[in-house]
Design a protein around this ligand. Structure first.
Ligand SMILES: NC(=O)N[C@@H](CC(=O)O)C(=O)O
Ligand SMILES: [Zn+2]
Ligand SMILES: [Zn+2]
Length: 425
C-alpha cells in the first residue's frame, strides 16, 4: 500500500524544517519527503492548504477499559483519538482492575491492537490497586511495554514508597508520570479556592495542594535520577519549579492541558459539573504563566487528560460530580485557535508539544517526525474552517466538556496510523 500526500505544508519537529512538500508513505513508513513526488500510489491525499504533521502523541488519556466500559472503551477512545489527530495514546492505569502487573498490561496491549485505531501504550500503576501501600509489579509492567508508571488520579503520599518505585523505574529505564495533589490538603475542595468558589458556595482547592507535591517529586527525582514527567500542571509555581529543575539539568518535563491554558475559574458562571476537573481551573496569573511556560519551552507537552464520564456522573452540582473532562476530539483545534492563531506558539512548537516531545519522553525514536524512514503516523490538519464545538458530534462515549458551543478554528482532515488512513473527515 502506497499513499501520496500532496501539496501540504509539512511541519517536521525532528529537523525543525517546515515547507511545502509531498510525502510518500509505503506500508507503515514514510519513504520520501520531497518538493515534488510523481510516483504512482494506491491513494493520493490532497493536502493543499493543510499542515502535514507527525501524529499527535497524547501522554495522558483515560480509556476506562477494562472495567469502566460505560465511560469509554479501547475502541471508542481510540476512535476519538484518531478523530483528534492523535495516533498514540498513553492510557492511565486507573481502570477496574487497576493496571498493576505485567499480565494485565500485556492483555490490554494485545486487545488494543485489535480494537483501537490508535496505538495504545498502557501506563502502569505505581502501587498495587493504586492503594498506596505496596509497590506494583513495576519490572513486569516495564517488560510488558509500559514506558512509564503513574498513580494518576492520586499521588503516592508515602514518599519512601514512591522513592523505591522511582529507583525501580530508573533501573528499568522507564519514566514516572506524576499526578501532584496532596490529598491531606484537599479538604473536600471541588474547584479553585478563590472568590468564585465563595460565590458558588463550593469548597476550594488551593494552589499549594499541587505545588507541595511538585516540589517533593522534583526532589525525589533529583535523588533517584529517574525521568519525571509532571502531569496536568495548573499553577504558576509548578511552572517556576520546573524551570528551576531544568536549570539544574534534571530530567524533568512538564505538561499542560488545553483547559488549563484556556479557561480560568472566572469562566465558571454557574455550578456546572462540566467545569469540574482535577486539578481545577485556576486564576488568570496561573494561565498567563502556563502560556509563557509553553512558549519559552519550560513546559514541554500538551496532553488532554481525556477523562470521560457518564452523563449521570457529570450532570450534578460540582460538589457531587466526578472530576474530569474529555479532550481528545478538541485539543488540536483548541491549541491551534488559542495558542497558534494568537501567536503564542508557532505551528512548529505545536507539533513539538503534541508529538515530538512526547515521543522523546516515551523513547519512541521513530515517531514524532515527518521524515524519511520514520513511522507513518501522520495528521493532516486544515487550519481554515471555523466552527462551534458540538459535543453531540463526539465519537467518545464521554460528552463532558466545558467547551461545548465554543468557536474554534482548524480541524483534522486525515489521520494515518502505520501508513493507513484510519480517520478522514
Ligand atoms: N483529571 C481528572 O479530573 N480526572 C481523572 C483523574 C486524573 O487525571 O487525576 C479521571 O480519571 O477521571
Ligand atoms: Zn491526574
Ligand atoms: Zn488523568
Amino acid at each position: 500500500m502506497r499513499i501520496l500526500i500532496r501539496n501540504g505544508q509539512v511541519v517536521d519537529p525532528s529537523s525543525k524544517m517546515e515547507g511545502r512538500f509531498d510525502v510518500l508513505v509505503e506500508e507503515d513508513r514514510i519513504v520520501r519527503v520531497a518538493e515534488q513526488i510523481d510516483e504512482t500510489a494506491d491513494r493520493v491525499l490532497d493536502a493543499e492548504g493543510c499542515y502535514v504533521m507527525p501524529g499527535f502523541i497524547d501522554l495522558h488519556v483515560h480509556l476506562r477499559d477494562p472495567g469502566l466500559e460505560y465511560k469509554e472503551t479501547l475502541q471508542t477512545g481510540g476512535m476519538a483519538a484518531v478523530k483528534g489527530g492523535v495516533t498514540t495514546v498513553c492510557a492511565m492505569p486507573n481502570t477496574k482492575p487497576v493496571m498493576d502487573d505485567g499480565q494485565k498490561v500485556a492483555e490490554v496491549h494485545k486487545r488494543a491492537e485489535e480494537e483501537s485505531p490508535a496505538h495504545v501504550i498502557q501506563i502502569g500503576a505505581v502501587t498495587k490497586d493504586q492503594a498506596g501501600q505496596e509497590l506494583a509489579d513495576i519490572a513486569g509492567m516495564a517488560e510488558a511495554g509500559c514506558h512509564a508508571i503513574s498513580e494518576d488520579g492520586k499521588s503516592v503520599m508515602n514518599a519512601s514508597l514512591y522513592r523505591k518505585a522511582m529507583k525501580i523505574a530508573k533501573e528499568k529505564g522507564i519514566s514516572v508520570f506524576a499526578h501532584c495533589e496532596d490529598i491531606t490538603m484537599v479538604e473536600g475542595g471541588v474547584m479553585n479556592a478563590d472568590e468564585n468558589a465563595v460565590r458558588l458556595g463550593l469548597k476550594g482547592i488551593t494552589n499549594s495542594v499541587e505545588d507541595v507535591i511538585v516540589a517533593r517529586d522534583i526532589l525525589l527525582a533529583k535523588e533517584t535520577g529517574v525521568r519525571l514527567h509532571l502531569c496536568h500542571c495548573s499553577t504558576a509555581d509548578s511552572v517556576e519549579m520546573i524551570r528551576l529543575a531544568k536549570e539544574e539539568g534534571l530530567p524533568v518535563t512538564g505538561e499542560v492541558c488545553p483547559h488549563h491554558f484556556i479557561l480560568t475559574a472566572d469562566d465558571i458562571l454557574e455550578d456546572d459539573g462540566n467545569y469540574k476537573m482535577n486539578p481545577p481551573l485556576r486564576g488568570k496569573k496561573d494561565v498567563e504563566v502556563l502560556r509563557r511556560g509553553l512558549a519559552d519551552g519550560t513546559m514541554d507537552v500538551i496532553s488532554t487528560d481525556h477523562a470521560p464520564h457518564s452523563e449521570e456522573e457529570k450532570n450534578r452540582s460540582m460538589a457531587k460530580a466526578a472530576f474530569g473532562i474529555v479532550g481528545l476530539e478538541t485539543s488540536a483545534a483548541l491549541t491551534y485557535t488559542e495558542l497558534v492563531k494568537t501567536g503564542i506558539l508557532s505551528v512548529m512548537q505545536m507539533a513539538e508539544k503534541m508529538s515530538y516531545n512526547p515521543a522523546q519522553i516515551l523513547g519512541l525514536s521513530d515517531k514524532g517526525a515527518v521524515a524519511e524512514g520514520k513511522k507513518a503516523d501522520l495528521v493532516i490538519f486544515d487550519p481554515n474552517p471555523t466552527y462551534a464545538i458540538d459535543k453531540n458530534t463526539f465519537v467518545s462515549k464521554g460528552k463532558n466538556t466545558p467547551f461545548h458551543g465554543r468557536t474554534v478554528t482548524g480541524e483534522v482532515r486525515f489521520t494515518l496510523v502505520d501508513g493507513k488512513v484510519v480517520y478522514e473527515k
